[in-house]
Each structure stands twice: as C-alpha cells, then as structure tokens.
Design a protein around this ligand. Sequence first.
Ligand SMILES: Cc1cc2nc3c(=O)[nH]c(=O)nc-3n(C[C@H](O)[C@H](O)[C@H](O)COP(=O)(O)OP(=O)(O)OC[C@H]3O[C@@H](n4cnc5c(N)ncnc54)[C@H](O)[C@@H]3O)c2cc1C
Length: 614
Amino acid sequence: MGLFGRRKTVFVDADILVIGGGMAGCGATYESRYWGRDLKIVCVEKANIERSGAVAQGLYAINCYMGMQWGENQPEDHVRYARNDLMGLVREDLGYDIARHVDSTVHKLEEWGLPIMRDPKTGRYQREGKWQIMIHGESYKPIVAEAARKAATEVYNRIMVTHLLMDAKQANRVAGAVGFNVRTGDFHVFRAKAVIVCAGGASHIFKPRSVGEGMGRTWYAPWSSASAYALPIQVGAKMTQMENRIVLTRFKDGYGPVGAYFLHLKTYTENGYGEEYEKRWYEDTKALVGDYIDRHPVPTCLRNHAILREVAAGRGPIRMVTKEAFQDPHKETVGWENFLGMTIGQAVVWASQNIDPKHINPELTTSEPYVMGSHATCSGAWASGPEDYAPAEYQWGYNRMMTVDGLFGAGDTIGGTAHKFSSGSFTEGRIAGKAAVKYVKDMKNGQPQVSEQEYRDLEKLIYQPLENYRIGRNEIVAGTVSPSYLLPIHGLQRLEKIMDEYVGGISTNYMTNGVLLERGLELLAMLKEDMSHMGAEDLHSLQRTWELDHRLLASESVTHHTLFREETRWPGYYYRGDHMKLDDENWHCFTLSRYDRNTGKWEMEKAPVYHIID
Ligand SMILES: Cc1cc2nc3c(=O)[nH]c(=O)nc-3n(C[C@H](O)[C@H](O)[C@H](O)COP(=O)(O)OP(=O)(O)OC[C@H]3O[C@@H](n4cnc5c(N)ncnc54)[C@H](O)[C@@H]3O)c2cc1C
C-alpha cells in the first residue's frame, strides 16, 4: 500500500495514441485530425511538446526538401542519394513515400510562420546544399507544436511512457500504453485502438566523449532515450538495421554541426600538418568496400573512415579550415548564427577555449555512436510500406504499421529510411497518422480490450525502484553506494562502458568482433538481471531508471544485429575486425530481429533489399 497510497491512476481512452510529441509525433497528431475529424486523438510526451525532442533548441536548416515546384530535385533523386549514402541498403519504398510528400510539409511549416530564407536573385528558398534549405529556426519546435496542440483532443505533457499494452483477446495487437507523470507520480493508463510510436532516437548508449565536467553533452539530444525502439521491441515488433549506428564528424567538444560550414561556407578539412588527407586513403578504402568509394557524394561513413585512419597514422588533429571563409563578413555571420540557432554550446566552447575561427582553424572529431532512424543512418522498426509502391513482401496491411497490429511509427522509430531529418520525420508522422485513422475506421466495433491484471502488474513493476530505494537507504548512513540497490547513473555508466568496449565505441576506435560481441551480450545480460535492484530516490530518478531500461533493451538489439551481420558494411561507423570487408554477395540485405519477452531470446533473419529505382 505504501507504494500506491498517494498516487492516482488516470485512465485515458483514445482512438489514436501518439507517443512522443517531437517532429514525427506532431506530424502524426496533425494529420490524424485531418483524416479523423471525429476521432479522439491523444498525444503523450515525457517533456513538453513546446520544446521537446531533438529540435528543442531549434535548427538552422531543413535538411530534406526536394524543391519540386522549381524542378530542383525529384523524389527518385533523393532515394538514389540515400541509397548511395547508406552503402546500398535502404527501404526505397518508404524513402520514396516521404520524398514525394515532404515539400508539402515544408510549405505548411512556412504558412505556419517558420521563416525560410530566400535567395534574393531567384526568389526560391536559399539552398545550403542539394537537399538542405536555410531557415531562421530558433522557434521551429514551438511552431510545429502549435499545430499539434490545435489538432489533438488532448496533449498529456510530462508523462514518461514505459510500456505498451496488448489486447487481452487477440495476440499481437496493441491496445494502449502505460506510464507515469514525472512531476506528480500519477500512473497513467492509455487505452487506444491504434498507437503511433514517435519517441525519438538514442543517445547515451555508447560512452560519450564528454565526461567529467562535460558530462551530459552529446550530439544527439541527451533525452533521446531509445523508447522508440524499446517500446516496440518489448511487444515483439520486428526491428531492422539496428547495427547501423551513426558516428558524426563534428566540431570538437561542443558537437557543433558542420553541414553549413561545408556546404554554404565552402570550408574544407586538413590534417594537423595542413595537408589534404582524404586521397591518401583512397586505395585503403577501396580494398575494404570496392566501388562504393567512387560514388558521389562519398558516403558519410567513408569520409569518417579517412579521418579515423589519418588520426591513427599520427597526423591529427583534423581541422576545419575556417580562416579563409571567415574573412568574408557574410560568411562569418552565417558561421556564428548557425550555432546560435541550433547548438549554442559550440559557440560557448569556442569562446571558452579562445578559438576565433577567423584566426584559428577549429578541430573536428568523430562522435560516439548513436542509434537513430532519421539521419544518415536507418535503425528502427520494420514497417509495412505504401500500398501503391511497396513490393508485396514489404506490405502486410497499413502504411508504417509494424509487425504488431495497430502499432505504427514514424521518424527515428522507423528503420530502413535514412535522410528524413526534421521535415521528413514530420512527413512520415503525417503518413502514419493517415494510415492509423484508416486502421481505426476499418476496425469498426472490434476494438481491443485491456486487461486490468496487465496494467496493475506493470504499475507494481514501474514504481518498484522507489520502494527499493526507500528500504535500502536505511542500510547506509552516507554516500551513494548501497549493498542492495543500484542508482540509475551507475547503471547508465555500466551500460555505456559495455557498449563502448565490446560493441565498437570510441575507446576501441569503433572496432569489435564476434568474440567481443558475445562477451558484450553476457555483460548486458548481467546488467539486465540487476535492473530489478534499481533504486530511485525520487520521480526524476524513476524516469532515469526507465530510460535506462529502454536504452538497455535497444543496446541488446544493437549488439545482436552487429553480431549477425558478418561484414563491415559501414567503415567509419564501426568495424567487424573478424570480417573487415563489405560483402555484397552475402550481406546485401536487411537484418531483422524479433525479441520474445517470455523467453528473453532474440531471433535473427535476413530480408531482401529491393531496388525499385534505377
Ligand atoms: C544536434 C542535431 C542537429 C540536427 N540538425 C538538423 C538539421 O539541421 N536539419 C534537419 O532537418 N534535421 C536535423 N536534425 C534531425 C532532426 O532533429 C530529427 O530527424 C527529428 O527531430 C526526428 O524526429 P522524431 O520525432 O523521430 O524525434 P524527436 O523530434 O526527437 O521527438 C521524440 C519525442 O519523443 C519524446 N519521448 C521520448 N521518449 C518518450 C517516452 N518514453 N514517453 C513519452 N515521450 C517520449 C521526446 O521527449 C521527444 O519529444 C538534427 C538533430 C540533432 C540532434
């Protein structure tokens, strides 16, 4: 009784439940209302949708815009680009589906008040690169959130969703979700006919470069805690390409973005001795990946590879040559504004380290790996494709529905579709929202049933860490080390260390092999056992505990996938030392996994890659 005495249980019934109100979640909420005028559409978010998700701080560019109105690019071009960057492996049906709709999303964003820069000569949107357009985007997220707020029947902020609920009568059908209010502690039971998971990607899975006083600073948002993966994995949804973690080349210590520098300011890189180094590694890279090194643009992972090889050869650090570009006052302004609208921390780091890019070429470094589905990487859930475009094998019902009935996803959640970024994630949310409305309408009266036993069991499990702490705390008089519980920060650091040392993080120079991965899985299993001894001193720690739980399950998935794919497909993201070459004969395929929560076992399989576009 002590556990639940002061806590309320709040029941919410919805037709469509959107989990996570970031870019994809706001898109899903907005579009669900458009097609489902009479439906109850609920969005639940662990922060506040006004400033939540990876776009919280704002952006300086929209990275996915075709420009079809001016004949700049066609959707097919974007599929070719993403396929090339991902070394041949993307779901072309899903990518095409986003690309053909993304321009309409961007036009809406402008209509809603997002300032998009224009080229004064042509009147078109100002291009940063072939796919990117420049924005004054500090308020990008509040603008998008307003559209979602107006569309939703209700937005529940500050609720961390921990588990999905399944239909009591029909196996493999979703029925809702549970979570807790991170401010009041109230338990929330959401009963829904369809659920759209839009809960973002995953940082803090691998040990970050930023430690000590810099701890918490990562490139991807520190609050991206892998819920997008853990929630579907828990209920047996198939995942794809979870091995395809991403490593970013960024400005050192602040993780400041480099896109505007390369594309708009036309800056370039050099080694510590002021030399060009990429050409030096051409033959070396060709020996690993063959003709992929000759593609244009050079795939992101291979550019990382050249940096890693050059630094390992003792000729670091790699620097961005800014001194020339910054002599132009316009470029200097753009260079600084780029950070102020998106990554203020980098400007602060430079100020604190006496780096004025007009006089000093700043250092670059490669980040720790992240798991996500919307950037130059495509980890996530295996989803059904669009009816008019997907090959039969990629279709089992509704667009963006996972292999669990009624469970949809978008943005970082959905795998196989790289390079969607903010606009593509919002667009994919819209696609999923439309399909979910159709699913609900087709269901008529056959709605799912939630079992009281299931959510009461989950309630006990969710709050147990508070009880562990309350009792265990009596055994120690000072400090944080207890014989009977583990704090979430300890668990997180253990997870990061395991992933870093065994699964290809920074301390092994992104190198792993079968032996290391097998040992990594054993250590992850031990951490999993210890999760029942987590102690949470307050609601904040309780949230950290469940975020760790989600990160751990996603990490297990990453490790199984990395073990399964016996090749090095993306040198520069990670290396399998025991299979150092790309192997198109055996591995030009997707990897799929399915987790069985009753047995704790993972099943792995291959799925074909269909090249629909020439
Ligand atoms: C540093 C950085 C720079 C970027 N630069 C660009 C750029 O220049 N241009 C561009 O177009 N894109 C850029 N992106 C990419 C873009 O931000 C992402 O592609 C996009 O935000 C992904 O959308 P999403 O909805 O999947 O995830 P998010 O937008 O991150 O939304 C996920 C939401 O889910 C919520 N959530 C998570 N877990 C739970 C839970 N358990 N319960 C409830 N809610 C939960 C989160 O709080 C969040 O609101 C950048 C991203 C980063 C991090």
